[in-house]
Design a binder for this molecule. Structure first.
Ligand SMILES: [Zn+2]
Length: 176
């Protein structure tokens, strides 16, 4: 299976959510590399990219002929109480919905974050413009103290969980 991993935002250009300990772009860069390494070890073909030009990312995934596309982000909200994990797909009833469920389940089981659910989103550029099954994972909230601790201290566990979600999907759909 060919997997395209997109770390959200771009260090030094677009930090995304800025936490007190780190930025979304920095964390997602690490997650992107860790997930890619796990998937390579599991026998997947992997391409990864982090760039503030989303058109370039979508084009690169198309050139690669990716079977699945996974964007990794951290959430942020004005209310510091908001916390938990949510995973977005273009359509719940399509393959992207299955992939989103696999990843969401693995993160909840491994990190015990609050379950904000798997949700449809028709407006996110990378979900709209990607032709293969695509998801956007909001791992946890950098704007929440406890979630930020988890993201910083248990980062590799998020990465492993995301990778397991992707290989669960591959097994489920028979796409090796
Ligand atoms: Zn983001």
């Amino acid at each position: 299976m060919k997997v395209f991993i997109n770390g959200g935002h771009a260090p030094g250009i677009d930090p995304g959510v800025v936490g007190t300990q780190t930025t979304e772009a920095e964390l997602c860069c690490t997650f992107m590399h860790e997930v890619s390494d796990s998937l390579l070890a599991a026998g997947c073909e992997v391409r990864f990219m982090q760039d503030d030009d989303l058109g370039k990312i979508v084009q690169s995934a198309a050139d690669f002929a990716a079977d699945v596309f996974v964007a990794i982000h951290c959430n942020g909200f004005s209310n510091p109480e908001a916390k938990g994990t949510e995973t977005f797909c273009y359509s719940l009833s399509a393959a992207g919905g299955t992939l989103a469920n696999c990843i969401q389940t693995q993160i909840l089981n491994a990190l015990h974050t609050v379950d904000r659910g798997v949700k449809e989103n028709k407006t996110f550029f990378v979900l709209r413009k990607t032709t293969c099954p695509a998801v956007l994972v909001e791992t946890a909230f950098l704007s929440n103290e406890a979630d930020q601790e988890l993201l910083v201290d248990a980062g590799p566990e998020f990465s492993k969980a995301i990778a397991r979600g992707i290989t669960d999907y591959a097994l489920l759909t028979g796409s090796n």
